[in-house]
Design a protein around this ligand. Structure first.
Ligand SMILES: [Fe+2]
Length: 409
């Protein structure tokens, strides 16, 4: 008879352990999983009141994670010192009296008594104290048989591992979040540094204040319309900001002279894309194409540009974008040798230079972006805010429609 009872108990314990195993590995939230695990344990041993506590090693305190049958959960946290942790047997059930006399202080035992703790199990995973299970009075026999204590140890071990893994995961998530914040801060510093560089470049040329910022914005607008990936858009943005960095080494008098440049002065100015490249290629940017965009921003489709006289499809899309963004801004701002063009004049000028200076496809995208911005169809206008407001939107829209229709034909 006793043997049959033992077998029935064994089968019950095994099936409960299987339940527990499934619960702690289920897809539920961590708190839900731990609550269900505690319910499985209390069901196994007929305990109506119980609590699962998690250990915070920084505060050296056990805190309530989840419970069963407790009305009052306002009791304080339980202070557990390192020396007590050392003397605990791992995942071993302790009677309350033993815990009271050997390990915990009075205020702590009061907290344990509030929910009638009769058995206290310190939870360990990989030698780390991670929490505790407090079991109340059993409805069946008050004490635990040796075999039941063994099952309790197995259960405690499983819960301890789950707690440990979750705390590892939490620590890892915190670390990832910390790194993310650090990375964001670095990015801000990085962006500010690049902008400061761009401001320094623009400051050298009295006529081109904020030129680099506008070129960067126009280039972003075109790349965005082309459906470029975020990282590539960033590359063209920074390329726009830094494309003229080489001008820093060129004499201010030559840069601001404008008209009547001597042959040597002109060739001096024409050196700036190569110098920009030389400077920037020493920096380990996260965008490998950036220096290429910068080096070739004065190339032309017909091969009459510089420094390498690239032509046609030798020019990458990034180069074509930067070329039109740069030239369009030059047309729509005052220069030492001429007044700025009106928007209508600038658009006609771009149109005139299609297939010679500018790529037709990329220019068409540029026209389309401008059209969308005028119609208010973009989330944030990148070009329009920098243009003179004196144009007639209806006239410009109709001009753009005509040009884009011709280009698409
Ligand atoms: Fe340039």
């Amino acid at each position: 008879m006793a043997e049959k009872r033992n077998i029935t108990r064994l089968i019950f314990s095994i099936s409960s352990l299987v339940d527990l195993g499934q619960e702690v590995t289920s897809a539920k939230s961590f708190n839900e999983r731990m609550k269900t695990a505690l319910y499985v344990v209390t069901g196994m041993f007929s305990v109506p009141k119980a609590a699962l506590l998690v250990y915070n090693s920084n505060q050296q305190r056990l805190k309530l994670l989840t419970h069963k049958g407790l009305k009052d959960t306002t009791w304080g946290n339980i202070h557990v010192k390192a020396k007590h942790i050392k003397s605990f047997s791992k995942n071993e059930p302790y009677s309350l009296s033993k815990i009271k006399t050997n390990f915990l202080y009075n205020p702590n035992t009061e907290a344990l008594e509030k929910f009638h703790t009769k058995t206290f199990i310190p939870l360990f995973a990989k030698d780390e104290f991670v929490g505790a299970i407090c079991l109340g009075k059993r409805l069946s026999r008050p004490s635990y048989l040796r075999s039941e204590k063994n099952v309790l140890k197995v259960v405690a071990n499983q819960i301890a591992i789950t707690l440990h893994n979750s705390s590892l995961f939490r620590r890892l998530t915190n670390k990832v979040n910390e790194n993310k914040k650090l990375y964001e801060n670095m990015r801000h510093i990085y962006n500010d540094t690049i902008k400061a560089f761009a401001a320094a470049i623009d400051a050298k040329d009295v006529y081109t204040k904020n030129h680099s910022f506008r070129v960067a914005k126009y280039a972003v607008a075109i790349a965005g319309e082309l459906g470029w990936k975020e990282k590539d858009v960033e590359a063209i943005y920074v390329a726009g900001l830094l494309h003229d960095i080489g001008k820093i080494t060129i004499d201010r008098g030559v840069i601001n002279k404008g008209e009547d440049l001597s042959v040597s002065e002109l060739s001096e100015i024409k050196r700036h894309p190569q110098i920009s490249y030389d400077i920037l290629s020493k920096i380990n940017f996260p965008w490998k194409d950036l220096v290429h965009f910068v080096k070739h921003h004065h190339e032309r489709i017909d091969g009459r540009g510089y420094p390498d006289s690239l032509q046609g499809e030798e020019l990458s899309d990034g180069v074509k974008i930067l070329a039109i963004a740069d030239a369009f801004d030059a047309m729509t701002t005052d220069r030492p040798y001429r007044k700025k063009l009106s928007l209508t004049e600038a658009l006609h000028e771009v149109k005139k230079c299609l297939g010679t200076q500018f790529d037709r496809r990329i220019s068409n995208v540029f026209f389309r972006v401008l059209q969308k911005e005028i119609k208010g169809e973009t989330k944030e206008a990148q070009i329009l805010p920098h243009l003179d407001k004196g144009f007639n939107p209806t006239v410009i829209t109709s001009l753009l429609e005509t040009i884009t229709a011709e280009l698409s034909a």
